[in-house]
Structure formats: structure tokens, C-alpha cells
Design a protein around this ligand. Structure first.
Ligand code: NAP
Ligand code: L37
Length: 320
């Protein structure tokens, strides 16, 4: 018969009766692996196609501090991999027509393989962000936010679309845990076009049974308690408490929230949508913030850009 200590160890319960600490799933490490692989692929493309480089345009409207930070991470990752990344900046005074004209110009530039419009748009004028993201040609839409790409994803046509970077990064992190998605109960908190909705689709087409929660979902803790796999993208600092979680589950935290912290020189600190300290006691696997989903978003943008360049090369070859 197993001793109670051995049984406790098997169940992952400490002598104090608390579940042992979850395995941390590092986005910083996983994104490094992805970026190293992409660098090799780009080097091969350069050799095979005499100096050819994938090219990405990041279009920014305005001057938000958070967007500046994320864009600089994207440009740095691109430079390391060998992707030719161009930052196009429009002032806050730019009108919607000017933004649309910039997008059209990049759509028509055959030297560019990927185009993203960094959201949210920081403009002094009213902007229809749906119209703006839909103006990006589906073949260059490496953010996967146009109706064509989102429609394909929702129908499970994953091979021919671009998958939005953040949920794609979450799937990669789930793969890192070794937990198979098929047959599991997955819960997504949030239904935005950039995180929650495509996350739902990806989990569904990976054969999970998916519940998507939002601000009108009654009894969120009860829904969360059913999750073998939980992905949170709500934009609410530390909203999900450890006590809500199913023991041993996978917890992926997309949240990036800045909270005041007088002890820091900057006066602030970044936290996720999950209360890490308590969730860590109950989950089997958990992503940290920072160092979790954020770096994966950047890596997946690079992946989509390289994939787009490869598709352009294939189309070119088919024509000749
Ligand atoms: P969003 O557009 O504001 O969407 C938030 C979603 O969460 C909405 O669907 C909203 O429901 C739901 N929600 C809000 N409060 C809730 C509550 N109390 N209970 C249940 N659901 C609630 O935000 P987003 O762009 O998806 O971003 C979500 C979070 O992810 C943010 O912290 C953002 O900074 C972060 N993010 C991170 C990355 C990354 O790379 N790590 C990338 C993108 C975004 P309704 O639909 O009913 O309003
Ligand atoms: N592709 N991504 C794409 N398109 C958009 O329109 N808004 C948006 C988008 N979002 C995005 O770029 N998000 C994002 C968020 C966090 C990071 C990168 C990109 C990131 O690297 N975060 C770090 C550092 C966080 C911090 O200290 O502020 C992290 O470790 O989480």
C-alpha cells in the first residue's frame, strides 16, 4: 500500500496540505525557440532565392506608450531573424481616409509580404477599426484580423488562413505543456476579435469542448472551475482567483494590466488577468506575466510573416 507521503507526492499535495506549485510555462523561452527556428528558415530562403527577405510593415496611428513598446519588440525580433520590418507612423491627426490610403499603398507594394495595423488606433478623428483591419489584403493580413481570415478560422479552415498572433501563441504554450487538447473542456474568458474569439475557434478545431465567457456570463467562478484548459483575455487585473480553478488544469493568461506599485522606480508593475500567487497553488501549468503570452505574440507575428513570404514565393513559382 502507498504511504500517505507517497500518495501525497503522487497527487502533488504538500505536507501542509496545499497542492504543489504549478509548472511555469515560459513564453520567453518558447518564443526564443520559435525565433531561432525562423532565423534558420529565413537564412535558407536567402540562400535559395538570392538575397530574398520576408518583409513586414507595422502601421501605427498615433503614439500610445504601450503600442510603442510592443512595436519596438516586434521590430527587434524581426531584425534578429532577418525579416525586413518597416515601421510606418501616421500622426494622431491622420484621417481615416489617410489611414486607408496608407494600407492600400502597402497592399499594392509587391515587396511587402505582411502588414499589421497596430491596435488600438490612437487618432484624433473617429475611426472604424473594423473597416481599417478589413482593408488589409487577406494575403498580407499576418494579424489574421480581416473577415476572410477570421471566417476561415471559424470554419476550421486553418491551413489557408493567418491565425491571430496572441491565440496562436497560446496554442503553442499549451503544446509545450504536453497536455492534449482533444476531448478536454476548455474555457475562454473574453470574446474580442484579437484574443477571445479566435482562441475559441482554435481550441474548438483542436477538438476541445469550448465555453466562451464574457462580461454578461453569470457565475464566472463556476465556469472557470470546469476548465481543464483556461485561457483568459479580459483585461481585468488579477480577476481570476486561484480558488476558482480546477486542480491541475492549464492556465494561460493573456492579460497585460499596469497597476500602481510605489516600490518600483517606474511607479507601476505589469500583472495578468489571473491572480498568479493563488493560481500557482492550484493549477498544473501556468503562464507568467510578464514573460508568458506577450513574447509569444511577437514570435507568432514573425512566424506568420515568414509563412506569408513562403506563400508569395510559391505563388510566384506557380506563375513562371
Ligand atoms: P477587449 O477587447 O477589451 O475584450 C475583453 C473581453 O473580456 C470582452 O469580450 C469582455 O466581454 C470580456 N470581459 C471583460 N470583463 C469581464 C469580466 N469581468 N468577466 C468576464 N468577461 C469579461 O480586450 P482584448 O483586446 O481582448 O485584450 C484582453 C487582455 O489581453 C488585455 O489585458 C490585453 O492587454 C491583453 N492582450 C495581450 C496580448 C499579449 O500579447 N499578451 C495581446 C492582446 C491583448 P464583453 O465582450 O461582454 O465586453
Ligand atoms: N499582432 N498584436 C498584434 N496586433 C495588434 O493590433 N494590438 C495588437 C497586438 N498586440 C500586441 O502587440 N500585444 C503585445 C502585448 C505584450 C507584448 C507584446 C505584444 C510583450 O512583449 N509583453 C511583454 C512585456 C510586458 C511589459 O512589461 O509591459 C511580456 O513579457 O508580456
Amino acid at each position: 500500500m502507498l504511504s500517505s507521503l507517497a500518495l501525497s507526492l503522487r497527487l502533488g499535495v504538500s505536507a501542509a496540505g496545499r497542492r504543489s506549485i504549478a509548472t511555469v510555462v515560459s513564453g520567453s523561452k518558447t518564443s526564443r525557440l520559435v525565433r531561432d527556428r525562423l532565423k534558420q528558415e529565413v537564412d535558407q530562403m536567402k540562400n535559395l532565392f538570392s538575397g530574398f527577405r520576408p518583409a513586414l510593415v507595422v502601421l501605427q496611428v498615433g503614439d500610445r506608450d504601450d503600442s510603442n513598446l510592443y512595436i519596438s519588440s516586434k521590430l527587434k525580433a524581426a531584425a534578429e531573424i532577418g525579416i525586413d520590418a518597416r515601421h510606418v507612423r501616421l500622426p494622431r491627426s491622420a484621417t481615416q481616409d489617410e489611414v486607408l490610403r496608407s494600407i492600400m499603398a502597402v497592399n499594392e507594394d509587391s515587396s511587402v509580404h505582411g502588414l499589421i495595423v497596430q491596435l488600438p488606433l490612437d487618432s484624433a478623428h473617429p475611426m472604424d477599426s473594423e473597416l481599417v483591419t478589413n482593408a488589409v489584403s487577406p494575403e498580407k493580413d499576418v494579424d489574421g484580423l480581416s473577415c476572410i481570415n477570421a471566417g476561415k478560422l471559424s470554419r476550421g479552415d486553418l491551413g489557408s488562413c493567418f491565425i491571430p498572433c496572441t491565440p496562436n501563441g497560446c496554442m503553442e504554450l499549451i503544446r509545450q505543456t504536453g497536455v492534449s487538447v482533444a476531448g478536454k473542456h476548455a474555457v475562454v474568458i473574453g470574446r474580442s476579435k484579437i484574443v477571445g474569439a479566435p482562441m475559441h475557434d482554435l481550441l474548438l478545431w483542436s477538438h476541445a469542448t469550448v465555453t466562451t465567457c464574457h462580461s454578461k456570463t453569470p457565475d464566472l467562478p463556476q465556469q472557470v472551475g470546469r476548465a481543464d484548459i483556461l485561457v483568459v483575455g479580459a483585461g481585468r487585473a488579477e480577476m481570476v482567483r486561484g480558488e476558482w480553478l480546477k486542480e491541475g488544469g492549464v492556465v494561460i493568461d493573456c492579460g497585460i494590466n499596469y497597476v500602481t506599485d510605489e516600490r518600483r522606480p517606474s511607479g507601476k508593475r505589469v500583472v495578468g488577468d489571473v491572480h498568479y500567487a493563488s493560481a500557482n497553488q492550484r493549477a498544473g501549468f501556468i503562464t507568467p506575466v510578464p514573460g508568458g503570452v506577450g513574447p509569444m505574440t511577437v514570435a507568432m507575428l514573425m512566424e506568420n510573416t515568414v509563412q506569408s513570404a513562403q506563400r508569395f514565393l510559391l505563388r510566384d513559382q506557380a506563375r513562371t
